[in-house]
Write a protein that binds this ligand. Structure first.
Ligand SMILES: NC(=O)c1ccc[n+]([C@@H]2O[C@H](COP(=O)([O-])OP(=O)(O)OC[C@H]3O[C@@H](n4cnc5c(N)ncnc54)[C@H](OP(=O)(O)O)[C@@H]3O)[C@@H](O)[C@H]2O)c1
Length: 324
């Protein structure tokens, strides 16, 4: 089968012929239709990210964290999936013609959802659903701040907050050209972090929950807008891995700053999260219309160009590779 691999020095992506996976007990063999690319793919290519969670079951030179496709075969002890069914998953080496996935990590793709669109959902949905409903203990009526609202995960975070009943959804960007889209997705107020200070723009006691995809000085600057006992979930570090925090503010407002990642997650934890998301999924996709914003769709053979698109300043949403 054809699969995307990282090869050479400096490291680059190339499609190569490799052995097709054999479906094991408890696994489902999926013919991949499309795969979503993520910033983590770029970081992994640079050697700055090494996945280690139970959903990465292939060699480290493989590329891709998420895909959507059609079930070709099911292994022993698999329940709930049958050949021909459309599915999506966060799974290692997703940029390939075939992947073998633990059936407890699969999510069904409803008939009304295009597989190109579905391929951009699993990683962002799992990340944001876990961060919001699990880590941050979100409750309907909470006021939510999404930093890096225009990132692939941020778009989903904004929509989830709205869908789950947030009273207010604040979102940040560095480009006001993207503000209209954020409002369409459900943001009630957009802040430009290049020209505005979050705490000054929102004032104190503005949010109960923050999903922070930006880190660096943006994280330091948002503490002043947190309500007492607010939960801030540190998800991404687009603006840097270091922040100079006002610990007096953190302590006096009794804020909780909690980091999260999929690295190191055990199979059981991923199965429980996938099952929890699976229960919520029909309402989120059908009633609430939660969708990834698709920036561009490229052919499998154009993977290197896809990587350059992913790294460009004007990026707005997901870059998807069409595999079949
Ligand atoms: N912890 C986890 O489990 C997990 C899971 C998935 C993703 N992540 C992390 O979440 C972040 C977003 O991932 P993604 O794949 O969704 O990214 P992405 O779509 O590539 O995000 C691109 C957007 O991020 C914003 N951005 C880029 N550099 C920035 C900077 N220096 N400061 C502020 N904003 C910046 C830009 O929006 P504007 O031009 O509008 O500012 C850009 O369009 C990454 O850090 C990723 O590693 C973490």
């Amino acid at each position: 089968m054809r699969a995307l691999l990282t090869t050479g020095t400096p490291p680059a992506w190339a499609v190569a012929e490799i052995a097709a996976p054999v479906v094991g007990a408890g696994q489902v063999l999926v013919e991949v239709a499309s795969a979503g690319l993520n910033r983590a793919d770029l970081l992994m290519r640079e050697g700055a990210y090494v996945p280690s969670s139970a959903d990465w079951n292939v060699a480290l030179d493989r590329v891709g964290f998420e895909m959507a496709g059609r079930v070709r075969a099911v292994g022993d002890h698999v329940t709930g999936f049958a050949p021909g069914q459309y599915v999506m998953a966060q799974t290692g080496g997703a940029c390939a013609e075939l992947v073998a996935v633990d059936h407890r990590l699969l999510l069904p793709v409803p008939g009304f959802l295009d597989l190109v669109v579905a391929a951009g959902l699993p990683s962002a949905l799992l990340t944001e659903y876990d961060a919001l409903t699990g880590v941050a203990r979100f409750r309907p009526g909470d006021r939510v701040l999404i930093t890096g609202g225009t990132s692939g995960v941020g778009h989903i975070g904004v929509q989830l907050a709205r869908a789950l009943g947030a009273r207010t959804v604040f979102a940040t960007t560095r480009s006001m050209a993207k503000a209209g889209l954020l409002r369409e997705l459900g943001a009630t107020r957009v802040i430009n972090t290049d020209s505005e200070d979050i705490a000054r723009a929102l004032g104190p006691d503005a949010f109960d929950v923050c999903l922070d995809h930006v880190g660096g000085p943006v994280l330091a600057g948002l503490l002043g807008a947190a309500a007492p006992r607010a939960r801030i979930v540190q998800i991404g570090r687009l603006a840097g891995t270091h922040a100079h925090l006002d610990l007096e503010m953190l302590a006096s407002r009794r804020l909780q700053l909690i980091g999260t990642t999929f690295r190191g997650r055990e199979a059981d934890e991923l199965h429980v999260l996938t099952a929890r998301l699976g229960e919520a999924l029909p309402r989120l996709l059908r009633t609430c219309d939660v969708r990834p914003v698709v920036d561009s769709v490229l052919d499998f053979s154009e993977a290197e160009r896809a990587g350059r698109l992913l790294d460009r300043p004007g990026l707005t949403g997901k870059v998807i590779l069409r595999i079949a």
